[in-house]
Write a protein that binds this ligand. Structure first.
Ligand code: CA
Length: 659
C-alpha cells in the first residue's frame, strides 16, 4: 500500500521515553532464533528480554486441536529463551507464549516462523530439503549486469491468472506461473508464455509472504487483497498455495513458481512490507517483545507513518537484524532476485544500506528499490529516513520517480488532472528530470521541477521510472478520467506516448501488468480489496488491442537491444544526452550521440509531442531510419527519413536512428 505523500515534516528532536527504554535491550544476532532441527533433536529459541516466563505449545494439526505438549523455556543470554527436545518433530505445529507483566499473552507462531498452517496461526516443523523442486540446486535467476538493464512487470497473482479467459488451471495460485501453453479462447498466449512473448526481464510480485486479510480456511469465498497487511514475514501466503493447511505445499509451490520463471529467463522481485504490521498489540512482534519493534508517540501510542495504524522501528538493533536477515532468507531459500520496499522512507538509511550490502553478498545481481516516501509523519528524523531525496546516500538502492509519473500523466491523486502526454503544458522540465533519471544534467533546470528541486540521484541505477502501478488509478483508468471526451483510440495513443517516455528514459522502466493490452480496473483507484471483477485481467483484450501489445513488445525490444537508453552513469548521461532547444509547449526533443553506451546506432533522436496537434521539429539532415512515428514503432525500422523539418503527429513519439 502506498500513498505518495512526501513526508519531511516535523520530527520531535528526542526519542520518546517509551522508545528510549528499548535502546537498552540486549540484542541477539545469532541465526538460531525460532527453530532448529538437527541430529540432536528440535530446538526452540525466542528473543523476549522482558518476558518473565516463556513456553512452547506443540500441536498435531495447524488449528482447532489442543496442545499435545507444553514445553517451558529457560532464559539465557541476550534475552533469548530456549528449550529443546531430543526428537525431530517433523509434521508437528507449535506456538510460543510469553508471560508479560503478570499475564500470559496470546499465542504466536513467532516472528521467524518459516512454515505455517492455515491463516498462519501455528508455525510448522517441516524438512525444507523436501520442499525443493527438481533441479533447484542449479536454479539461478537471470544474470543482469546493472539494474537499468531490467524491465520490471508488476503483478498480483490473482489479477494475472484469475479471469476465465486466462485458460490457466491453477487460477490465483503460485503455480499458475508454471503452466505452459495457456491461451485465451481466441488463441492469444497467457500466463508465463505471455510474459516471454512480451519480453520483460523481471516480474515484481505483490506481497507473497503470509498476510492477514484473506481467510485461508474459506477460499471458496473468492476473497481478494493486495496483501499489504503482513502477518508472518518469512512464510508464503496460504491463499496462493493449493492447500493453505499444508505448510510444505506453501513453500514448495512458491519455489516451483520461482523456478518456472527462472527457467523462462525471468527474475522474481518480491514486494516486502516491513514498515508496519496488520495488527498492533496482537502482531507477532507485539506478542514476542511487546512495544520493542515499533515507534511510539510521546504519549506511548503507536506512531503511524504507514497510515495503517503503526510503524516499525528499523533503527532498533533487533528490528534491523530482522529485516536484513528476512530478505537474506528469501534470497537464499527462494532464490528471489530483488526486493521492492513498501514505504521505504519509514526505514532508516543505515538499515537500507545494511539490506543492500547483505543481499549483494548472497547475489550481486539482486535489486533493491522502494518507495522513497512515507504515508504520514514519523518520529524518525527526516535526515535519517530512506527518502527519495536521500537516495544518493544509499549505494545499490533505487527509488520510484514520482517526478516522471505525475509529469507524464497528471497528478496521481487528482483523477482529472492531465500531464505532458495528455496535452497539459508545464511539466516539460519535470519530464526531463525523468529522462535523465534525476541526475545532474547541464540542460535540466531542477528549479522548475514539479516534485523535486534538485538532482537527487547520483546514478541512473538509483531511479525506477513508471507512470502506473497497483496504487492509484492505473493508466487506462487515468486516461479515461482525464480525457473524458477522447476516443479509446486517442487514449491508447496517449498510453503509448506515456510508456515510450518511460521506456526510453534513463533509469529502470517499470510497468503494471495488463497495461500492454490496455486493461482497466473500472475506474477504481484503490482496489486493494476489490473483487475479481475489478482486479482480474481480462485476457480477451489481448486480441482486441493487439496493436497496443505489439507496441509494448517493440518498446521493450528497443530498450533491450539499445544500451543508449540505459546508460551506466550520470556522467555518461551528461555527455551523450543532449536536449534540443524548443520553445513549443509540450514538446521535448533530445539526441543520444556518439554510440552512447556502446550502441550500434551512432545517433538517436527522440521527440515527444504531447499536444493534440501536430508540430514540426528540425532534425539534422542525414540518412535516418524511422523507429517510431505517429503511434507506431518498429526497432527494425518503419522507413527512412532525410531529416530537416519533420512533422511529429499529435500525441506521439518520433524516434530516428542512424548508424
Ligand atoms: Ca494469510
Amino acid at each position: 500500500m502506498a500513498i505518495s505523500i512526501l513526508s519531511v515534516g516535523h520530527s520531535p528532536a528526542q526519542t520518546p521515553a517509551v522508545d528510549a527504554k528499548y535502546e537498552t535491550f540486549p540484542a541477539y544476532n545469532g541465526s538460531d532464533l525460532e527453530l532448529t532441527v538437527d541430529a540432536s533433536g528440535t530446538h526452540f529459541a525466542l528473543w523476549s528480554p522482558e518476558a518473565s516466563a516463556a513456553r512452547v505449545n506443540i500441536y498435531d494439526t495447524d488449528r482447532n486441536t489442543p496442545a499435545v505438549h507444553v514445553l517451558d523455556m529457560t532464559k539465557g543470554d541476550s534475552g533469548v529463551w530456549r528449550v529443546s527436545v531430543p526428537q525431530r518433530l517433523y509434521g508437528k505445529f507449535y506456538t510460543f507464549q510469553i508471560l508479560h507483566n503478570g499475564k500470559w499473552l496470546s499465542e504466536t507462531p513467532g516472528i521467524w516462523a518459516k512454515a505455517v498452517g492455515a491463516n498462519g496461526e501455528r508455525a510448522a516443523i517441516i524438512d525444507f530439503a523436501a520442499t525443493d523442486p527438481e533441479g533447484w540446486d542449479a536454479d539461478r535467476g537471470p544474470q543482469v549486469k546493472a539494474m537499468t538493464d531490467a524491465v520490471i512487470y508488476e503483478m498480483h497473482h490473482r489479477d494475472f491468472s484469475e479471469h476465465p479467459s486466462s485458460g490457466i488451471v491453477n487460477k490465483g495460485k503460485f503455480i499458475a506461473l508454471t503452466e505452459k501453453g495457456t491461451h485465451t479462447p481466441a488463441g492469444d498466449k497467457t500466463g508465463i508464455d505471455h510474459l516471454k512473448e512480451l519480453g520483460v526481464t523481471h516480474v515484481h510480485i505483490l506481497p507473497s509472504y503470509d498476510y492477514n486479510s484473506v481467510d485461508e480456511t474459506n477460499l471458496q469465498a473468492n476473497q481478494y487483497n493486495w496483501g499489504y497487511d503482513p502477518y508472518n514475514y518469512n512464510a508464503p501466503e496460504g491463499s496462493y498455495s493449493t492447500n493453505p493447511s499444508d505448510p510444505e505445499a506453501r513453500v514448495r509451490e512458491m519455489k516451483e513458481m520461482v523456478k518456472a520463471l527462472h527457467d523462462a529467463g525471468i527474475g522474481v522481485i518480491m514486494d516486502v512490507v516491513y514498515n508496519h504490521t496488520a495488527n498492533n498489540d496482537d502482531s507477532n512482534f507485539s506478542l514476542t517483545a511487546p512495544g520493542y519493534f515499533y515507534r511510539h508517540r510521546p504519549d506511548g501510542s503507536y506512531s503511524d507513518a504507514s497510515g495503517c495504524g503503526n510503524e516499525t522501528a528499523s533503527e532498533r538493533e533487533q528490528m534491523r537484524d530482522f529485516i536484513v536477515n528476512s530478505v537474506k532468507y528469501w534470497a537464499k531459500e527462494y532464490h528471489i532476485d530483488g526486493f521492492r520496499f513498501d514505504l521505504m522512507a519509514i526505514h532508516d538509511i543505515d538499515t537500507m544500506n545494511a539490506v543492500a550490502a547483505a543481499l549483494k553478498e548472497v547475489n550481486p545481481n539482486i535489486f533493491v528499490y522502494g518507495e522513497g516516501w512515507t504515508a504520514g509523519d514519523s518520529p524518525l528524523p527526516a535526515e535519517r529516513r530512506a527518502l527519495k531525496e536521500n537516495v544518493a546516500k544509499m549505494e545499490g538502492i533505487a527509488v520510484f520517480s514520482d517526478d516522471i509519473r505525475d509529469a507524464v500523466k497528471g497528478h496521481y491523486s487528482d483523477a482529472s488532472d492531465r500531464g505532458f502526454a495528455t496535452g497539459k503544458p508545464g511539466a516539460e522540465e519535470t519530464v526531463k528530470i525523468g529522462i535523465v533519471a534525476a541526475t545532474a544534467h547541464p540542460q535540466v533546470d531542477y528549479s522548475k521541477g514539479n516534485n523535486s528541486k534538485f538532482a537527487y540521484a547520483s546514478s541512473p541505477t538509483q531511479i525506477v521510472n513508471y507512470v502506473s502501478c497497483h496504487d492509484d488509478l492505473m493508466l487506462t483508468d487515468k486516461l479515461r478520467k482525464s480525457l473524458p471526451d477522447a476516443s479509446e483510440a486517442q487514449r491508447q495513443r496517449a498510453a503509448r506516448l506515456a510508456q515510450t517516455i518511460v521506456f526510453t528514459s534513463q533509469g529502470t522502466p517499470f510497468m503494471f501488468a495488463g497495461e500492454e493490452i490496455f486493461r482497466d480496473k473500472k475506474g477504481v483507484h484503490n482496489s486493494y480489496k476489490s473483487p475479481d471483477s475489478i482486479n482480474a485481467i481480462d485476457w480477451t483484450l489481448k486480441h482486441d488491442n493487439a496493436d497496443q501489445f505489439a507496441y509494448y513488445q517493440q518498446l521493450i525490444r528497443l530498450r533491450k537491444e539499445h544500451p543508449a537508453f540505459r546508460l551506466a552513469s550520470a556522467d555518461e548521461i551528461a555527455r551523450h544526452l543532449k536536449f534540443d532547444k524548443t520553445s513549443q509547449p509540450n514538446v521535448i526533443s533530445y539526441a543520444l550521440t556518439d554510440h552512447a553506451g556502446g550502441d550500434t546506432w551512432r545517433d538517436i533522436r527522440v521527440v515527444f509531442n504531447g499536444n493534440t496537434e501536430a508540430v514540426t521539429v528540425k532534425i539534422p539532415k542525414g540518412k535516418w531510419t524511422v523507429i517510431a512515428d505517429d503511434g507506431r514503432i518498429n526497432v527494425d525500422g518503419l522507413g527512412t527519413s532525410s531529416g530537416g523539418t519533420l512533422t511529429v503527429a499529435p500525441t506521439s513519439a518520433l524516434i530516428l536512428a542512424r548508424e
